[in-house]
Design a protein around this ligand. Structure first.
Ligand code: ADP
Ligand code: MG
Length: 661
C-alpha cells in the first residue's frame, strides 16, 4: 500500500482521477492535510437508521431503503418534478413503510436514481395531501450494481462533508478514507503538540470516521485547541513586536484636560474616570498605547475620547478620529467643536463629501481631524500625528486601521466599540489590545420600554406617536429593507415617508437614507436635532452615533431582519434624555427563532447580554464582521465561547513562547 504524508500534493496522488484533482484544487485543497483539515459538517450513524416516519416532522430523519418507483410527473404541463418512492429494507416490493421524495427542476436526478437502487436519504418529511413527502433530500446511492467500497459508507458512523463541486459526497468520503488508511502517522504531527497522550493521527481518524460519536467531540476539541494556540501565538508575537517599538511619552501636561473638565456641566461617571486614568497611564508610558475602549451605546465613550485627544494636543501632537459613517463623523465633529472651540483647539472635518476647518480663521493645521475613510487618503493633513482614535472599530479592517496609524510615527492608538466583547474574544482575537470598559451609564437616564408587536396596526402606532409628539417628544421610524439595493431602499423609505407625513399632518416628518448627498443628510439631521422636524423616517443609516436626547420613541418595522446587535445599536438612539422611552419592534415573522431574537431585546437593555445572545445565535463571524484578523479563516469558531479551552490554549502558547526564548 502507498503511504501518504500530510504535505503530499493532491495532484500527485495516483488514485485520484485528473478531474477530481481539478475539483479539489479549485476548492483550495492542495495537500493531503488540506483535505483532512476539512472536518465533516455532520455525521450519519448508519449502524442504525430511523424508522420510516408515519407523520410529518420538523426534525430531519435518516432512512435507508430501496427505490421501488421512479418517474417524472407534470403539473399543469409546465414544471416537471421527478418523484421517487422509497421502501424500507432492501427488497423491491410495495408495502407499508414507504416515503416519496421529490425533486423540482432537477433533471439530473433521473440519471442517478432508478428502481432497484438502495439509497440512504436525509431530510424532513412533510405531509402533502395525506402523503408523506421529502423534497430535495440529501441522498446517497449505496448499491447501484457497481463495485464500491461499501464498508466505507454503511454499517458505521459516516462523515458528511461540505460539498466540493465536481466530487460526489460518496467519492469524497472514499478519498478521505483511502488517505487515512495509508497515512504515515509521523508525517502528520503538527509544529507543536497540544496533547501528548493523543496522537494527531488518531484525532484525524476519529474526526472523520469515529467509532462512537463521543470520539468526535474529543477530536474536534483537539483541532480547536490547535487552532487557538496558533491564534494565541500570532497575537502574542504581534503584541511583543509592537511593544519593542518605542512609543511617545505624552500626557505630561494636563492644562487642556483640566480646563475641559471644569467646563463640563456634569461629572464624568466613575467608569469614565477609570478609563481616562488607564489611558493617561498608557500615553505617559514610553510603550505605544494600543487600547480598546468598550462601552455600551450611550455610556459616554465620546467624552473619554475627548480627554485622550486633549492629552495628545497638550503634548503638541495632532489627533485623528475615524468613524465608519458620515453621519457619525459629523456628529462627532459637532460634539468636539462644542467642547473644544471654547478651548481654542482647532477641529477639522474630512469626509469624502465635505471638508471643513471649524473656525475658518486659522492659518494653522487642525489639531484634531475627524473623518470617515476619507482620512486615509488625505495628504498633508498631519505633520505630527500622535493619537489615532477609531470609533466602532469592528467596521474597519485591520489594514485600514494600520493605514491610519502609519500616518504618524508610532502614535498612541485608542479603538472604541459599542459591541460589548465577551472575555473569550478579548483573550483571543483582541489579545494584543489592552481593554478599558465603561460599565456604567450616566445617571438620570429615562427608562426604555421595548415591546414586540406582531402586525401592529398603523392606526395604533399613529395614535401612540401622536400622543408622545403632543408631549413634546420626537420619534424615529426605521425601515430595514435589507434585501434591496440602496436605491430601492431609498425609494421605499420615501414612499413610507410620504404616508407618515399625511398621518402625522400637524408635525414635520423628515426623511434620511443612504442615497442622499452628505449635505442633504446633514441638513436633515440638523433639523431633527433642532426639533424643526419631530419625526425622522430612515433606513438603518442612523444606526450609530446620532445623539438627540429629546427623541424618545423608535418604531422599527420588519425588525426581525436586523441582527440583534444592530437593533441594540438602533435602540441606543433613544433613552438618552430624562424621558421614559419606547421602542416598538414591529414584525410579521412567525418563525420561533426570529421571535426569540426580538424577545431578547424586550427582556434586557444590557448590551453585554445581547451581544452574547447574538454570538450564540449567529456566531462571531457575523457579529463582528469577517474583516477581523484571523476570524474569517477559523474552522472552530464555535469554541470561542469555551472559556476552558481558551485558557488551555493560552497556557500552551505561553509554554511554547517561553521555550522559544
Ligand atoms: P457613546 O459614544 O458611548 O454612545 P456618548 O459619548 O455619545 O456615548 O454619550 C451619550 C450621551 O450621554 C451624550 O448625550 C452625552 O452628552 C451624555 N453623557 C456622556 N457622559 C455623561 C456623564 N458623565 N454624565 C451625564 N451625561 C453624560
Ligand atoms: Mg459613540
Amino acid at each position: 500500500m502507498e503511504t501518504w504524508a500530510g504535505n503530499d500534493v493532491i495532484a500527485e496522488i495516483g488514485a485520484l482521477a485528473p478531474k477530481e484533482v481539478i475539483a479539489l484544487t479549485s476548492a483550495a485543497v492542495e495537500t493531503v492535510a488540506d483535505l483532512l483539515d476539512r472536518v465533516p459538517k455532520r455525521y450519519e450513524d448508519r449502524r442504525r437508521f430511523d424508522a420510516f416516519p408515519t407523520q410529518a416532522s420538523t426534525e430531519a430523519v435518516c432512512l435507508r431503503g430501496t427505490v421501488v418507483d421512479a418517474g417524472r410527473r407534470f403539473f399543469g404541463g409546465r414544471k416537471g418534478v421527478y418523484e421517487v418512492v422509497i421502501q424500507a429494507g432492501n427488497e423491491v416490493g410495495f408495502g407499508e413503510n414507504s416515503i416519496t421524495c421529490r425533486w423540482f427542476n432537477a433533471p439530473y436526478i433521473s440519471k442517478i436514481l432508478a428502481v432497484g437502487h438502495e439509497i440512504i436519504l436525509y431530510g424532513k418529511p412533510k405531509d402533502v395531501n395525506g402523503k408523506l413527502v421529502v423534497d430535495h433530500p440529501e441522498f446517497e446511492v449505496i448499491k447501484d450494481g457497481e463495485q464500491s467500497r461499501e464498508s466505507v459508507h454503511v454499517e458505521r458512523i459516516v462523515p458528511v462533508y461540505k460539498n466540493i463541486s465536481g466530487i460526489a459526497q460518496r467519492r469524497l468520503r472514499e478519498i478521505v478514507f483511502l488517505l487515512l488508511e495509508g497515512m504515515n502517522a509521523d508525517s502528520v504531527n503538527g509544529e507543536f503538540s497540544v496533547d501528548e497522550s493523543y496522537p494527531r493521527i488518531d484525532a484525524y481518524r476519529e474526526v472523520h470516521f469515529p467509532k462512537e460519536m463521543e470520539q468526535v467531540e474529543a477530536a474536534r476539541r483537539y483541532f480547536a485547541l490547535e487552532e487557538f494556540v496558533r491564534l494565541q501565538l500570532e497575537v502574542a508575537r504581534r503584541r511583543k513586536k509592537y511593544h519593542q517599538q518605542k512609543g511617545r511619552m505624552q500626557a505630561q501636561k494636563m492644562h487642556l484636560l483640566t480646563e475641559f473638565y471644569q467646563s463640563l456641566p456634569f461629572d464624568l461617571t466613575d467608569a469614565q474616570k477609570r478609563c481616562v486614568k488607564e489611558i493617561i497611564h498608557d500615553m505617559r508610558s514610553s510603550l505605544p498605547m494600543n487600547r480598546m475602549l468598550q462601552g455600551d451605546v450611550g455610556s459616554g465613550k465620546t467624552f473619554v475620547a475627548l480627554c485622550a485627544a486633549l492629552l495628545a494636543i497638550d503634548s503638541g501632537a495632532q489627533v485623528a478620529l475615524m468613524a465608519p459613517t458620515q453621519i457619525l463623523a459629523e456628529q462627532h465633529y459637532l460634539t468636539f467643536r462644542q467642547w473644544l472651540d471654547p478651548l481654542e483647539v482647532r477641529v477639522g472635518l474630512t469626509t469624502s463629501d465635505r471638508e471643513e476647518q471649524g473656525e475658518m480663521s486659522w492659518s494653522k493645521k487642525p489639531q484634531i481631524v475627524i473623518g470617515t475613510h476619507a482620512l486615509l487618503y488625505g495628504e498633508n493633513t498631519f505633520d505630527d500625528l500622535g493619537l489615532v482614535i477609531i470609533d466602532e472599530q469592528h467596521k474597519f479592517g485591520v489594514e485600514q486601521r494600520g493605514r491610519l496609524v502609519r500616518k504618524g510615527v508610532m502614535p498612541d492608538v485608542l479603538v472604541m466599540t459599542a459591541t460589548p466583547i465577551p472575555r473569550t474574544l478579548t483573550l483571543t482575537i483582541y489579545g494584543d489590545l489592552d481593554v478599558s470598559v465603561i460599565d456604567e451609564l450616566p445617571k438620570g437616564r429615562g427608562k426604555i420600554i421595548t415591546g414586540v408587536r406582531p402586525k401592529a396596526k398603523v392606526s395604533d402606532v399613529t395614535k401612540f406617536l401622536k400622543e408622545k409628539l403632543s408631549e413634546g417628544r420626537q420619534a424615529y421610524i426605521v425601515y430595514p429593507l435589507v434585501e434591496e439595493s440602496e436605491s430601492l431602499k431609498a425609494g421605499a423609505a420615501s414612499v413610507e415617508h410620504e404616508k407618515w407625513q399625511k398621518r402625522l399632518g400637524a408635525y414635520e416628518v423628515s426623511l434620511v437614507h443612504g442615497k442622499m448627498s452628505a449635505d442633504e443628510k446633514e441638513q436633515v439631521m440638523k433639523d431633527f436635532r433642532e426639533n424643526s422636524s419631530q419625526v425622522l423616517v430612515s433606513t438603518s443609516v442612523i444606526e450609530v452615533g446620532v445623539d438627540v436626547p429629546n427623541a424618545s420613541v423608535m418604531v422599527i418595522y420588519d425588525a426581525e431582519r436586523f441582527g440583534l446587535s444592530q437593533l441594540h445599536q438602533l435602540r441606543g438612539r433613544i433613552g438618552r434624555g430624562e424621558h421614559k422611552s419606547y421602542c416598538i419592534l414591529v414584525t410579521n415573522a412567525k418563525n420561533p427563532e426570529a421571535l426569540e431574537k426580538l424577545q431578547v431585546l424586550a427582556d434586557t437593555i444590557d448590551g453585554f447580554k445581547i451581544s452574547e445572545a447574538d454570538l450564540k445565535m449567529r456566531g462571531p463571524g457575523d457579529v463582528l464582521g469577517t474583516d477581523q484578523s484571523g476570524l474569517a479563516d477559523m474552522r472552530f469558531i464555535e469554541y470561542l465561547a469555551d472559556v476552558d479551552l481558551i485558557r488551555e490554549a493560552r497556557r500552551l502558547a505561553e509554554e511554547i513562547l517561553n521555550n522559544e526564548q
